[in-house]
Design a protein around this ligand. Structure first.
Ligand code: AMP
Length: 190
């Protein structure tokens, strides 16, 4: 089984690369951002709770995210593995994911981290905001908040996987296919 954490700041290309990874390796996509947006669209209690954090570009509380991910893992059967996209975003979430994996007789194969400079990230998010309809992609101060939250709360997650010998860094600037080729080389080693 392949269980991959695709890591990187907002705008790094995680969603785009996830789609290509899923198509090639037949994995189950688990994007916490997508799950929250689905809840929001359906007007569920979870969606309403998440909304106030998402609107401000802040992180939804760990216990809410971990509960949602746990449900999704439990309710997915017959998969070759998961691609985690936008999760874990805190060290507490990473620890909880290890526990969830162990409870389901699985483990994380590795983390692939996409590296992109802050200026390029902002450009990409602004571009995406023109068509994504995401309010958090359209407001400069929200974009900056998300990048700051990434640097302060999420970046330590890379060190968590590095200490387990599971971190692979990839240059996230280049063509979509070129970056995917680099990612595939890492996955083929797992
Ligand atoms: P994303 O689509 O991954 O950029 O996520 C959009 C928003 O959803 C984030 O800015 C957070 O408010 C929330 N979110 C998504 N994933 C997480 C997570 N793992 N932990 C906390 N909040 C999250």
């Amino acid at each position: 089984m392949l269980n991959i954490v695709l890591f990187g700041p907002p705008g790094a290309g995680k969603g785009t690369q996830s789609e290509k990874i899923i198509a090639k390796y037949k994995l189950t996509h688990l994007s916490t951002g997508d799950l929250f947006r689905k809840h929001l669209g359906e007007g569920t209690e979870l969606g309403l709770l998440a909304r106030k954090y998402m609107d401000e570009g802040r992180l939804v509380p760990d216990e809410v995210v971990i509960g949602m991910v746990g449900d999704k893992i439990k309710n997915t059967t017959g998969t070759n593995g998961f691609i985690f996209d936008g999760f874990p975003r805190t060290v507490a979430q990473a620890q909880a994911l290890d526990t969830l994996m162990a409870q389901n007789n699985m483990s994380i194969s590795g983390m692939i981290a996409l590296e992109v400079s802050e200026e390029v990230l902002k450009e990409r998010i602004r571009e995406r905001g023109k068509t994504s309809g995401r309010t958090d992609d359209q407001d400069e101060s929200k974009i900056q908040t998300r990048i700051n939250v990434y640097l302060e709360e999420t970046l330590p997650v890379a060190a968590y996987y590095e200490s387990q010998g599971k971190l692979e860094k990839i240059n996230g600037i280049g063509t979509i296919d070129g970056i995917f080729e680099d990612i595939s080389k890492v996955i083929d080693k797992y």
